[in-house]
Write a protein that binds this ligand. Sequence first.
Ligand SMILES: C[S@@+](CC[C@H](N)C(=O)[O-])C[C@H]1O[C@@H](n2cnc3c(N)ncnc32)[C@H](O)[C@@H]1O
Length: 234
Amino acid sequence: MSKPWVTSRSAYVSEMFAAIADRYDVMNFVMTMGQDQRWRRDAVEVANVGPGDRVVDVATGTGDLAFELASRVAPKGHVIGVDFSEPMLHLARQKSAGRHLPVSFLVGNAQELEFSDNSFAAATCGFGLRNLDDRLRGIREMARVVAPGRRVVILELTPPANLLARHYMDHVIPRLGQVLARARDAYTYLPESVSEFPDAPTLGAMMQSAGLRGVTYRYLNFGTVALHWGTKPE
Ligand SMILES: C[S@@+](CC[C@H](N)C(=O)[O-])C[C@H]1O[C@@H](n2cnc3c(N)ncnc32)[C@H](O)[C@@H]1O
């Protein structure tokens, strides 16, 4: 089977998320049996941020991780969610309307963040890194924009060792995608992109090579999700 994302993952991914934006949240809820918000809360926990902090959430999509962060830094802090998909950001802005949280959403590329060095108390990325053409560059960008002593947090699917989890990802998710989101291709891309994504130790090593220190990770959901964090040296 040909893999159209091999030549340009960004072009493929951008078109894909534009097509599925309005079904993205529901699919997350169904695929993860409602667990995804808990994993985002775990990511916020390790981001180590508090009231008054300024945080960037990269590849923010429909904003769920940004909202969790914003509730943590409110009322005087601020969260900026960055994504290159306008349709995903449109939903994020709609969702933010009634929430009264200190969050804003900007169009931008994770591989070329338009922020100064050392300007955030944390940089997070939830289920976004896998979709970048140059993942090391994406991690370096997050490391560049966080202040010394502060954290980069990556929440991402990870290749599962467990056979049942692999079966669920490879066969059940594409079927759910077809039935619920009418987007079998997008939800076939998902397990394929996970299977070729670095395993948790390798991603940890990439974060080290991007200059982060004290890199730590934890598996969630029977080893299908990994939560990594590392600190920018003082
Ligand atoms: C699976 S969604 C994750 C959304 C959200 N972070 C969450 O936790 O649900 C991946 C997002 O990454 C965005 N994305 C992929 N590559 C990107 C890039 N190079 N720059 C900015 N956003 C990107 C997509 O547009 C999409 O909204």
